[in-house]
Design a protein around this ligand. Structure first.
Ligand code: GDP
Length: 364
């Protein structure tokens, strides 16, 4: 599944947002896995297709349960100005942030005289720079250590080390200029074990008061301009409102959002943008037993997707029955869909599409 780390200066609304996430998660469907860390919250990926399919496979009183996929949010506390100097960023902090797939960078865009700002004024661009600088410095320190080892190996004639060293040096140069690692033009893939933070995609989360949900204020505009230059996404959110939404029934929440002049909750938007940013898509398994969504990367083939369900299904994959979800809704079930010829038989080379329903035929 997808994991997003929440970072930002103190007092920008991170905990408020994280609390909304954990509350939303606690109310949502029961998850297939039991225990999670206290700094991790799960949010279902909103997907109206699942409800439509659950109706299709309802037999009398028996409504198949819907199991959506989820996004994990990790509360990454402990980032303040100067954190990378002196003591250095805490090990726990680094371990947490290195594991996530993407970063949600919360930026304060609300005015409130009662809430102290760490540098005494609301200044989103300055805040963004402060955080980004700390992350760049953390990457610099980590990568410099790495280069020492790689140099030794490269001198000893290790070809892979030599290639990695070239990548590391290109990235070091960019970091040294105060740019994030993702700005570096490198040939080949950046090794995962470089543990870079600034190579991950960033989504800026502009935290506003409820008055500015429908219309941007000047701070949000600044964040949008900055993000556009970087090629990053922005999601506007009111952390306080998200907290209230998390307590409501779906109907009430929708009416509340409508009154505020918005279509979708900030959290739902954040989840969707996270999906897009990382090139993730959903496929579905569907029948009378359950209707379930699964997350895969764009471009994944049928056996890999099957492996998401169970590793045995990837190994024992023979072929798959595939149908687009709309066609299944139209047909009203597998039998009719098959008799209409809408269920295709796909082999090992089939590239999965968003919204495919798949039934794996296997020899396990
Ligand atoms: P953190 O330090 O980044 O985790 O920030 P918190 O979530 O603890 O928020 C700091 C303070 O700002 C708290 O008193 C929140 O109630 C308040 N706060 C958070 N979001 C908003 C908002 O959208 N509007 C207003 N007025 N206050 C907010």
């Amino acid at each position: 599944s997808l994991s997003i780390g929440i970072v930002g200066l103190p007092n920008v609304g991170k905990s408020t947002l994280f609390n909304a996430i954990t509350r939303a998660g606690a109310l949502a469907a029961n998850y297939p896995f039991a225990t999670i860390e206290p700094n991790v919250g799960r949010v279902n990926v909103p997907d109206e297709r699942l409800a439509a399919l659950s109706k299709v496979f309802t037999k009398g009183e028996r409504v198949p349960p819907i199991i959506p996929t989820f996004v994990e949010f990790v509360d990454i506390a402990g980032l303040v100005k100067g954190a990378s100097q002196g003591e250095g960023l805490g090990n726990q902090f680094l371990a947490n942030i290195r594991e996530v797939d993407a970063i949600a960078h919360v930026v304060r865009c609300f005015e409130d005289g009662n809430v102290i700002h760490v540098s005494n004024k609301v200044d989103p661009l300055d805040d963004i720079e402060t955080i980004n600088t700390e992350l760049i410095l953390a990457d610099l320190a980590g990568l410099e250590k790495r280069v020492v080892g790689l140099s030794k190996k490269a001198k000893g004639g290790d070809k892979e080390a030599k290639e990695q060293l070239e990548i590391a040096e290109a990235i070091l140069k960019v970091l040294g200029e105060g740019q994030p690692a993702r700005a570096a033009q490198v040939e080949g893939e950046v090794p995962k074990d470089f543990g870079l933070i600034t190579n991950k995609p960033v989504i800026y989360v502009a935290n506003v008061g409820e008055d500015n949900l429908a219309s941007d204020n000047e701070y949000v505009q600044l964040v949008r301009d900055h993000a556009a230059k970087e090629g990053s996404h922005v999601v506007k959110i009111s952390a306080q409102i998200e907290g209230e939404l998390a307590e409501m029934e779906e109907e009430d929440a929708r009416a509340f959002l409508h009154d505020l002049g918005v279509q979708e909750s900030g959290l739902d938007q954040l989840v969707k943008v996270g999906y897009d940013t990382l090139g993730l898509i959903t496929f579905i398994t569907s029948g009378e037993k359950e209707v379930r969504a699964w997350t895969i990367h764009k471009g994944e083939k049928a056996p890999e997707a099957a492996g998401e369900i169970h590793s045995d299904l990837e190994r024992g994959f023979i072929r798959a029955e595939v149908i687009e979800w709309q066609k299944m809704v139209e047909a009203g079930g597998w039998t009719t869909a098959k008799s209409k010829g809408w269920v295709r038989t796909e082999g090992k080379e089939y590239v999965m599409k968003d919204g495919d329903i798949m039934n794996v035929l296997h020899n396990m």
